[in-house]
Design a protein around this ligand. Structure first.
Ligand SMILES: Nc1ncnc2c1ncn2[C@@H]1O[C@H](COP(=O)(O)OP(=O)(O)O)[C@@H](O)[C@H]1O
Ligand SMILES: [Mg+2]
Length: 319
């Protein structure tokens, strides 16, 4: 059995899993996942609700039994090195229920007591910008403050690896940015992060690499730039037709100048294009020839959301 945290030079993995499987009865929640997260990296699992993100990270965190596959964190396994691993990782669960009648400071002290080594309470309070709230009950905190407190609890043991499960879901934009800055500060100190999110902006902003997850599988993997570049065109034209109108033939739209792909869902059509300034007039022209009006027309630079659509034909957000 591997007893060492020292991996071969240059290839140290903070997380390495192979063939991870988790079933709930008939449902295969995690369907054979391989992952390598490098030390110092921020790795994101991006996918819609029900994709299997929480199940995956809870297995990696040693909180949930797997049905198959192998998991190593820093070369150690939960089966043999649980104590050593608990000291090295920090966990923020998707739904953290902190005791309502403890103050912020008491909560952090409680979590600090679980670890032999760790950071000072004052230092943590400062890092998560809750110093002014130290005497406030958890029940009196805003959503964003509670979320930062749960990250504080994950950071008190000075972990080498931090797991964040949907850290900003439900937060307002300002709280979200505060949490992003917290993650960036942790990384600047050399920490490794594994996070899950269904916000593509979050994955683009924070992650060095992203695994796009759907129905228990990783369907695309790479840096946000690589994934977007894999669309083979950087812009999206999205439009919808008026009620009852029918779309010109697909082949005709795909043959328009600079169009590389077409995705259609409900009443909305997306064209993946190289040059919107060439494709737009050609599109309007084609619609005009067929006497088809437009209810709505937008263009945007391609995002990870578009990568998801390209692989699944569905949107990230509406599941
Ligand atoms: N304890 C459980 N019992 C039965 N099914 C579960 C359980 N936990 C999760 N699932 C199912 O497994 C799938 C993946 O869930 P989850 O990992 O929570 O996805 P995500 O975090 O990406 O939203 C979903 O279909 C979910 O309903
Ligand atoms: Mg989840």
């Amino acid at each position: 059995m591997l007893e060492t945290t020292i991996a071969p030079p240059g290839v140290e993995s903070a997380v390495r899993c192979r063939g991870l499987v988790k079933r709930y009865g008939e449902l295969v929640a995690v369907d054979g996942i391989d992952l390598d997260v490098r030390v110092g990296e921020c790795f994101g699992l991006l996918g819609p609700n029900g994709a299997g993100k929480t199940t995956t990270v809870e297995i990696l965190e040693g909180l949930l039994e797997r049905d198959g596959g192998d998991v190593r964190l820093f070369g150690l396994s939960w089966d043999h090195d649980e104590r050593a691993l608990r000291e090295r990782i920090g966990i923020q669960l998707q739904e953290t229920q902190l005791p309502e009648k403890l103050t912020v400071e008491e909560t952090i002290r409680l979590f600090r007591s679980f670890f032999r080594r760790g950071r000072e309470v004052d230092e943590i309070l400062e890092a998560v910008q809750l110093t002014e709230k130290r005497k406030t009950w958890v029940s009196r905190l805003s959503g964003g403050q509670k979320q930062r407190l749960s990250v504080a609890c994950a950071l008190v043991g000075a972990p080498d690896l931090l797991f964040l499960d949907e850290p900003t879901t439900g937060l307002d934009p300002q709280s979200r940015r505060a949490l992003w800055e917290l993650v960036e500060a942790y990384r600047a100190g050399g920490g490794t992060v594994v996070l899950t999110t269904h916000y593509m902006e979050e994955a683009e902003r924070l992650c060095d690499r992203v695994g796009i997850m759907d129905r228990g599988r990783i369907i695309a993997l790479g840096s946000p730039q690589e994934l977007i570049a894999s669309l083979d065109a950087e812009h999206i034209i999205e439009f919808s037709l008026p009620e009852g109108a029918s779309l010109p033939p697909r082949e005709e739209l795909l043959a328009l100048a600079g169009v590389t792909a077409l995705h259609q869902r409900d009443g909305t059509v997306q064209l993946v294009v190289r040059e919107p300034h060439a494709a737009l007039p050609a599109l309007l022209d084609a619609l005009g020839r067929h006497g088809t009006g437009l209810a709505d027309l937008r263009t945007h630079h391609a995002t990870l959301e578009d990568v998801f659509v390209a692989h699944t034909g569905r949107q990230l957000r509406d599941g």
